[in-house]
Design a protein. Structure first.
Length: 126
């Protein structure tokens, strides 16, 4: 019994020291259809973030969302998410940033990000 307790404590200690969260991510906009524009896609991203629980995604100050050329950078800590929502999304972003796509491009496709967060059952009801 004592060894099981020690093992459990070790696992909990190790897992709390391991960084499995990432609060910032780069998203790449790729034109999807003829009338598609960067501005429309940013508006769609803000809409999706608001449905995930962001209270600041549609703020005119653009807090937490910056962009240059076709790359959008999100900072979850500045988007008005609840603590639970930030933690869940940060864990997902950690996984996304460890993908081959992200390692190769230093960004994730914007549409894929929306599909994998908005369509993820863990992200509902924050």
């Amino acid at each position: 019994m004592k060894s099981i307790f020690s093992l459990l404590c070790f696992v909990l200690l190790f897992s709390s020291c391991t960084n499995t969260q990432d609060y910032e991510i780069n998203l790449k906009w790729n034109k999807a259809y003829e009338q598609d524009t960067f501005k429309r896609s940013v508006t769609g991203l803000k809409w999706a973030l608001s449905y995930l629980g962001s209270t600041l995604a549609n703020n005119s100050l653009q807090k937490g969302i910056t962009y240059k050329d076709s790359i959008i950078t999100l900072n979850l800590k500045q988007l008005g998410f609840s603590e639970d929502a930030k933690e869940t999304l940060a864990k997902l972003q950690f996984i996304f940033k460890n993908s081959e796509e992200y390692k190769k491009n230093n960004a994730m496709d914007l549409g894929r990000y929306i599909a994998l967060t908005f369509g993820n059952s863990q992200c509902f009801y924050f």
